[in-house]
Ligand binder design. Structure first.
Ligand code: ADP
Ligand code: ASP
Ligand code: MG
Length: 468
């Protein structure tokens, strides 16, 4: 509805009592303009990692580490709660947190006995972070005089059973969202919803993938017909590069959906890639803002309207990637080799970040996450057993760990010589480029560099950025 605002607060934005005070102030201010405000929360910063580390230690046979981590989590949540809410107001949240940490203990025990954690078990374990932060934030809002109610999105977001990367069923989710959230909104309460998680129709908890709370915000935005979705994070919106790598990075006040999609897909963690599509389709306004500088620079994501300010607008690095190369002079004569290559890759369930084929057709190279390389090489060796035996294909090789550096800008297609400038900037920085590909939308160029050169490459290309 045109009077509905969905605001998502990331891990740092709920990571401490002062951060949650900011969240409370932001929510209070938003309520002045928006009759219906929905808050989506991530787990407190680092908590999802801690939970998954506990599960991994349990799978490795360790009993004491998960328990020690649970105690740390209990202490951190309770201390934050003490700072924000009085004993009475904190009681519900404390009980929920205790219950969840009890479940964490039991699940880690089961994982230790089994000697492994299934993706399904990992999703339940990972879900505890958001299921602890939502009641905590709710208590803080209530204590500040803003009536709020915690909502477990496992009751609302209906997904398939693809653990660790579940996809929502939007119709079923919209129906549940109306059922669960409308009565709260009608009663003047702010729903504080867990990001990141959903459940199968049978009620088994799933997650939307790491960083998935942004996606949750989009899902709720669409399900409730929100006019705007605001992603509150710990930097001034989407910037010309990750400010952790490039300290002089600047905020991009406006970015097209296509540009932000490329950036998100190629590793700009500031917005989860799956967030963008549902919001574009509904034409809701999407903003990325800084919780710690609410009136400061922010980014508005706009539809692709031919607006093409600047040429190089932002640069990002996607790490942990390996290049696979199929090579052989006989490849020229084999029909459908690319189709067979990517069908074989798809059978392993691996997603390909980038493809580049030399015009000679004597080699194909593409980029996959390093942990998938062994499985992909096996699948290719199976597919091309005959061709390998005949030496039509000489080799299937994988590179050491690399990074895909992607340069984004909708205006690049109108600017001649961009690739040349990128190469000379990289050359001057002494960075060697192993492969290159241009996005089909012509709004991005991706280059593969050695893992150790990723930061230098980002900094070198950043010197070409134009923001106006
Ligand atoms: P949250 O917990 O709020 O979801 P994330 O850590 O997932 O926050 O994403 C925010 C982080 O994304 C920033 O702290 C920043 O280091 C990183 N980042 C990477 N690329 C960019 C970029 N182009 N602009 C802004 N931040 C970026
Ligand atoms: N807590 C989840 C994660 O760390 C989801 C999120 O923060 O977006 O991946
Ligand atoms: Mg995030």
């Amino acid at each position: 509805m045109s009077n509905t605002l969905v605001m998502k607060f990331g891990g740092t934005s709920v990571g401490s009592a002062p951060a949650i005070r900011q969240l409370v102030a932001i929510t209070r201010a938003a309520q002045a303009d928006w009759p219906r405000v929905i808050v989506i929360v991530s787990a407190m910063s680092g908590v999802t990692d801690t939970l998954l580390k506990g599960a991994a230690q349990a799978a490795a046979g360790d009993e004491s580490v998960p328990d020690r981590l649970a105690e740390q989590l209990r202490a951190r949540h309770n201390a934050t709660l003490d700072e924000l809410a009085g004993e009475g107001q904190a009681a519900d949240a404390r009980a929920v947190i205790d219950g969840l940490l009890g479940e964490f203990h039991a699940l880690c025990h089961a994982v230790r006995v089994l000697g492994e954690a299934s993706p399904r078990a990992l999703d339940t374990i990972a879900s505890f972070g958001e299921r602890m932060s939502a009641p905590l934030v709710t208590a803080a809002l209530n204590a500040a005089g803003l009536p709020a109610a915690a909502v477990d999105s496992a009751r609302v977001v209906v997904t398939d059973a693809v653990y660790q990367s579940a996809t929502p069923d939007m119709d079923a989710t919209a129906a549940r969202a109306a059922e669960v959230l409308e009565p709260l909104l009608a009663a003047g309460r702010v729903p504080v919803v867990t990001g990141f998680i959903g459940a199968t129709p049978a009620g088994v908890v799933t997650t939307l993938g790491r960083g998935g709370s942004d996606f949750s915000a989009a899902i709720f935005g669409v399900a409730l017909g929100a006019a705007e979705v605001w992603i509150w994070t710990d930097v001034n919106g989407v910037m010309t590069a990750d400010p952790r790598i490039v300290p002089e990075a600047r905020t991009l006040p406006v970015l097209t959906f296509r540009e932000i999609s490329e950036l998100a897909f190629y590793g700009a963690k500031v917005l989860h890639p799956k967030t963008i599509r549902p919001v574009v389709e509904r034409r809701a306004a999407l903003w990325v803002k800084n919780t710690f500088n609410p009136g400061g620079p922010a980014t508005r994501v706009i539809p692709d309207n031919g607006h093409a300010a600047g040429s190089v607008r932002s640069v990002t690095a996607f790490r942990g990637q390996c290049i696979l190369t199929l090579e052989g002079r006989g490849m020229l004569g084999i029909p459908g080799i690319a189709a067979r290559t990517f069908a074989a890759v798809a059978r392993t369930g691996t997603s390909v970040a980038m493809i580049s084929q030399a015009s000679s057709e004597q080699s194909i190279c593409f980029v996959v996450p390093c942990p998938s390389t062994a499985a992909v090489v096996r699948a290719l060796e199976d597919e091309f057993r005959l061709e390998l035996a005949r030496r039509d294909i000489d080799s299937i090789t994988s590179s050491p760990e690399s990074a895909v550096v992607t340069v984004v800008g909708a205006g690049m297609k109108h600017t001649p010589g961009i690739a040349g400038k990128i190469f000379s900037a990289l050359g001057q920085a002494g960075v060697n480029v192993a492969a290159i590909a241009q996005g089909s939308s012509e709004c991005s160029i991706s280059l593969v560099v050695a893992a150790a050169d990723a930061d230098a490459a980002v900094r070198a290309v950043h010197t070409l950025v134009q923001t106006d």
